[in-house]
Write a protein that binds this ligand. Structure first.
Ligand code: GLP
Length: 240
């Protein structure tokens, strides 16, 4: 695992954009996308580079990590909508090649299985962008998730619902269930690039990088992967 210190979110974004651009030049054809605020500077920077003609994502497929159950894809809080507004609309990806679990599917269990198969058929993901939850989750794999888990239905931890309440009108509107790629699914990507900025992530980053590999800190599973880049600012690295 390579830990790369950066000055802050802007430098983190530029570095992740460099990694994605280099992978595309080297023939990458599948991107893995994360939601949350951590990857936003990288998405903005890739948008700028696409508009400047410095990189093109046309022809690539992209797969989301996760989705809230019960929200239709057009709902303002859905991750499908988030990724469309914050990334797809900024770059030259074909929206039809951006894939995610359908949170409004009538049978979420079947939808999770369908998405896992879609990932297997469409993968492997060349570069998977990741954030990290304050409790060490990646995607929506909360503490206690099996390190070998596949895409499935999960119940959100209360801490995660509180952390994500800022995106909803009322805290009680945050869905309780999600569909998320499993830790085993995420580990099939060739290169995992995790971005963590700010002091709220310091404990989770330390546990992920230096703690034991344990389901109590799902991000610690990254220690078992052969190609991981952790992009961390000084605050997020404070406990390393
Ligand atoms: C959500 C997402 C994660 C993300 C996390 C951290 O829970 N499911 O993929 O990493 O939020 O978000 P942020 O980057 O906003 O701190």
């Amino acid at each position: 695992m390579e830990v790369v210190p950066v000055d802050g979110p802007a430098e983190a974004g530029a570095l992740v954009a460099d990694i994605v651009a280099a992978a595309v030049t080297a023939g990458a054809r599948v991107l893995g996308l994360a939601t949350g605020s951590s990857p936003l500077p990288a998405y903005a920077e890739l948008g700028r580079r696409c508009r400047a003609g410095e990189v093109s994502l046309a022809g690539l497929d992209a797969f989301l990590l996760d989705e809230y159950v019960g929200l239709p894809p057009d709902s303002p809080q859905s991750y499908a909508r988030f990724i469309r507004d914050e990334f797809v609309n900024l770059v030259d990806l074909d929206p039809a090649r951006v894939h995610g679990p359908d949170g409004s599917a009538p049978d979420p269990l079947a939808e999770a299985r369908r998405y896992d198969v879609a990932l297997r058929d469409g993968g492997p993901v060349d570069v998977q962008i990741l954030g990290i939850g304050a409790n060490g989750h990646i995607g929506f794999n909360e503490p206690g998730s099996s390190l070998a888990s596949r895409t499935r239905l999960k119940t959100l931890a209360e801490r995660t619902r509180q952390d994500n309440a800022r995106f909803f009108d009322r805290p009680e509107d945050v869905p309780r269930h999600v569909i998320t790629q499993g830790l085993g699914t995420i580990r099939e990507a060739r290169h995992l690039v995790l971005v963590a900025t700010g002091e709220a992530k310091a404990a989770a980053v330390a546990a992920a990088v230096e703690g034991p590999v344990t389901a109590s800190c799902p991000a610690s599973v990254l220690q078992l992967h052969p190609h991981v880049t952790m992009v961390v600012d000084e605050e997020a690295a404070a406990q390393l």
